[in-house]
Design a protein around this ligand. Structure first.
Ligand SMILES: NC(=O)C1=CN([C@@H]2O[C@H](COP(=O)(O)OP(=O)(O)OC[C@H]3O[C@@H](n4cnc5c(N)ncnc54)[C@H](OP(=O)(O)O)[C@@H]3O)[C@@H](O)[C@H]2O)C=CC1
Ligand SMILES: O=C(O)[C@H](O)COP(=O)(O)O
Length: 539
């Protein structure tokens, strides 16, 4: 049960505490925020509604803690991250239980999210040690008009040497410097994984970190933070403040103490980017990932990936094929219901193969299980009633405008049965808006150009995919699609977590992925050695 056993310290009465100065605290606001179980639609948990004063205090402490952390050897930072990763994995079940209750993530996928997060933290520790320990050496005479009178050393951070004397020898060249305080705001659909994907790179690079978890998912995130607490990170270095984004969000994102914002979510990110000051922003926002299916595609493969990418994939393939897909994509888990920014959100299929594709997709949709996350169903309730209402609005609009319903539209509470809409036209909202739910539109196209045009006319540009046996065509289409990533013959996906992950247009700023996040959370600083006379080796 959440907040019990080793986690007992993080709850008082019925309300989960927030984390500041290495301690678990009750807010002086006296207020709490309810977390509604999407399945029962009843209050499952409560978290503190932190005040602005509490945020100020957390920022102040984070500033102090960061100064000493920046002086902590890289190997030691990595060691603590490895420890946190191990603790996180050890407690995967209680954390997964929170994910089931808060966001209705199917039980197995919830466990996978926690394990994947532990792996991400460990990989980040390894990668940090590798990339932050290396540097570059420039000489001045490679640029016109200069003699060799200057050496420029640019490296990333403390070299990976345990011996104190070696650290001191290199002390002058700690040049890829931390930014300071990183504010991390993840979304509800991966409250643990998309939190650690910000926490781990921030910490390995020498920053302090303040986490504002999504309200739905906050309790899972607090449990995850407790694992970092158990690992023994210095007080104040990591904090977790809870409360509704609509209430404390602006205060956090516009706080003068923040040196970098790493945000994943919807259009809120666009608003934040307009309000934030002159600080680096990492924004991973919405997507309308298109799946283009050409005439020569392996239609079975395309159909399998459309169902996997748009809804879910479990229980619909033979185990070997499912395992194979797992290996190919190296994905630990795929959440349900199309509640992924990387879900297939529109299928653009050549008319000549459309009937076959739709038939195959429908056959697989019919096999999806629908029900509570505790039963590990493929399709579980969407996160909130307002999300379900929004999805229903898109469905009604498509109905009024004449889309073909491949299944009957069915909804009970927040549970929406998977629905494929065929013959969708560009005047329908579903052609452009992301439902973030188990409803998938199919647009029939007569040329590749038409598909590319639809993809590029979107305000989003996260990922896309193309199914064809012709690799040359695939590459041309990939180049023409205005998205951060294109998958050839597979559904869109963020993972594996060390791959670069980025959106263009309204889908984001900057790039995620372990290496990119570490680099993004540091800043270059050069030290130039000025020599009294030009010097050339062997000259
Ligand atoms: N590109 C990507 O990697 C991903 C993108 N997404 C996108 O996220 C959306 C769904 O996730 P969802 O959680 O609903 O997204 P939201 O944008 O609603 O919320 C994301 C986070 O922002 C917080 N927040 C809300 N208001 C503010 C504010 N004014 N200032 C600062 N923070 C605020 C939320 O807190 P609270 O919960 O308290 O409101 C939550 O932690 C979809 O559009 C989806 O495409 C999702 C996952 C990955
Ligand atoms: O939150 C999301 O939707 C993700 O960033 C997508 O991750 P995935 O493709 O690994 O599920």
């Amino acid at each position: 049960m959440a907040g019990s056993g080793v986690f007992a310290e993080i709850i008082e009465g019925e309300v989960f505490k927030y984390y500041a100065d290495g301690e678990w605290k009750t807010s002086s606001s006296g207020k709490s925020v309810p977390i509604i179980n999407p399945t029962t639609r009843k209050t499952q948990y409560r978290v503190q509604a932190c005040t602005q004063e509490e945020v100020n205090k957390v920022m102040e402490l984070a500033k102090v803690a960061q100064k000493s952390w920046a002086k902590t050897p890289l190997w030691k930072r990595a060691e603590l991250l490895h420890k946190a990763a191990a603790i996180l994995k050890e407690h995967k079940h209680p954390i997964a239980e929170c994910l089931v209750k808060e966001i209705a993530k199917p039980a197995k996928d919830a466990v996978s999210e926690v394990v994947r997060s532990g792996d991400l933290v460990s990989y980040c520790a390894e990668e940090g040690v590798r990339i932050l320990g290396e540097g570059k050496f420039l000489v001045s005479d490679s640029f016109p008009g200069n003699e060799r009178t200057k050496y420029c050393l640019t490296s990333k951070i403390v070299p990976k040497f345990r011996e104190a004397n070696i650290q001191r020898t290199f002390a002058a060249w700690f040049l890829k410097i931390p930014l300071g305080l990183v504010l991390a705001i993840p979304p509800f659909n991966y409250p643990v994984n998309l939190a650690v994907s910000k926490i781990a790179p921030a910490l390995i690079a020498g920053n302090s970190l303040v986490l504002k978890p999504p309200t739905q998912g906050a309790v899972a995130a607090l449990h995850m933070v407790y694992c970092f607490h158990l690992a023994g990170f210095p007080k104040g270095l990591i904090s977790c403040v809870t409360g509704k984004g609509s209430e404390i969000g602006d205060f956090l994102t516009m706080h003068p103490g923040v040196n970098c914002i790493s945000f994943t979510g919807g259009d809120t990110g666009i608003a934040i980017s307009k309000k934030a000051g002159m600080i680096p922003l990492q924004m991973e926002l919405g997507g309308k990932d298109a799946c283009i299916v050409l005439e020569d595609a392996d239609v079975d493969l395309a159909a399998a990936n459309i169902v996997k990418g748009g809804f879910s994939y479990r229980q619909i393939f033979c185990p070997c094929f499912t395992f194979f897909l797992h290996l190919v994509n190296n994905l630990g888990n795929l959440p349900h219901n199309g509640q992924r920014c990387t879900a297939v959100k529109v299928v653009l299929v050549m008319e000549s193969v459309a009937d076959t594709l739709v038939e195959k997709v429908n056959a697989k949709v019919a096999k999806l299980t629908v029900g509570p996350p505790e039963d590990d169903c493929d399709i579980t309730p969407v996160v909130t009633e307002s999300s379900a209402n929004f999805i229903e609005g898109l469905v009604k609009d498509a109905k009024e405008k004449g889309a073909t319903f491949c299944q009957e539209y069915r909804r009970e509470g927040n549970l929406i049965w998977p629905l494929l809409l065929d013959h969708v036209r560009p005047d329908m909202r579903i052609a452009w808006e992301e439902p973030f739910g188990p409803v998938l539109p199919v647009i029939r196209i007569n040329s590749v150009e038409e598909g590319i045009h639809h993809c590029n006319a979107s305000n989003f540009g996260l990922q896309g995919c193309v199914f064809t046996k012709d690799i040359n065509k695939a590459i041309l289409i990939s180049d023409a699609m205005e998205t951060g990533t294109v998958q050839i013959n597979s559904a869109p996906a963020r993972g594996p977590d060390h791959f670069p992950f980025q959106g263009i247009k309204d889908s984001g700023i900057g790039s995620q992925g372990i290496t990119n996040s570490i680099n993004m959370m540091t800043k270059m600083k050069s030290t130039v050695i000025n020599l009294p006379t030009p010097t050339y080796a062997m000259g």
